[in-house]
Design a protein. Structure first.
Length: 271
């Protein structure tokens, strides 16, 4: 799990695999009462694909935890496409939240019982489940071909959701999102073929109050536009997460994205 937090110490470069992270390892958490944000990566992903958003939030007063989802990450995707994963993902994110509130270094600096969730793709599914969504598995995800409801306990500390290209088909059942009542910032890519427009519309149509959903369609963006820009050596045609539709400037978009997400979380978690 990656953890980012506000600190007064000067940043130094920390090398993590192919990424250079400008952080201050081991520095004390800055004084104050900081809201907690948990980021849920997409299927077969990594905490590092949201590293720049996490660092931006930390520089702006948030404590950010980014767990690696067990059995659904770049190194181990053994639970991908199973009903078991639909229940495991929200529980894993809750454990990361519980850990932060119990950690000796962080707990005293966290705003009590206030959590925002940022989720990309399957991470959007995960955030909705913790915010009160009631998912249902598909027949091809179960050994016996049934379509069971997935038991997920809602997390009352969740006060806001940021959904980036959310994957939502598990919420097709009538009323599946009716208990989701927190404010939502949702961004979808105009050219996204993995999480097409109807998946975002399902959220707007399904939650308790559509007026609490701020929904933006990002022109010419694909599904992976919301991931941190990759180092030049990783940008290649055989690595789809690094690719964008022709003419789309991921770096320029992210400069706007971070400010929008930060402003939304300030308004909802610090109100």
């Amino acid at each position: 799990m990656l953890v980012f937090y506000p600190a007064k110490a000067p940043e130094t470069g920390l090398r993590v695999g192919p990424y250079e992270l400008p952080v201050a390892p081991g520095a004390p958490v800055a004084e104050g009462s900081h809201p907690l944000v948990a980021i849920s990566h997409g299927s077969k992903g990594s905490p590092l694909v949201q590293r720049t958003l996490a660092m931006h939030l930390a520089r702006n007063g948030f404590v950010v935890v980014v767990p690696e989802h067990e059995r659904d990450n770049r190194n181990d995707s053994s639970a991908f496409g199973t009903a078991a994963l639909l229940g495991e993902r929200p529980r894993q994110l809750r454990r990361a939240i519980d850990w932060a509130f119990a950690d000796d270094a962080l707990a005293a600096r966290l705003r009590p019982n206030v959590v925002g969730i940022v989720g990309h793709s399957m991470g959007g599914y995960t955030g909705l489940a913790l915010a009160g969504g009631r998912p249902t598995a598909f027949a091809n995800e179960t050994p016996d071909g049934t379509t069971p409801a997935i038991e997920v306990e809602a997390e009352p500390r969740v006060r806001a959701l940021v959904l980036l290209a959310p994957a939502t088909p598990w919420y097709l059942a009538p009323g599946a999102l009716r208990d989701v009542r927190v404010p939502i910032l949702m961004l979808a890519g105009e050219q996204d073929t993995l999480a097409p427009a109807w998946m975002a519309q399902l959220v707007t149509d399904g939650v308790a109050e559509a007026s609490r959903v701020e929904h933006h369609v990002v022109p010419n963006a694909g599904h992976f536009a919301f991931l941190s820009p990759f180092p030049p050596a990783m940008v290649r045609a055989d690595f789809p997460p690094s690719q964008d539709p022709p003419g789309f400037d991921r770096a320029a978009f992210h400069a706007e994205l971070y400010d929008r997400v930060t402003a939304f979380l300030r308004a909802t978690l610090l109100a």
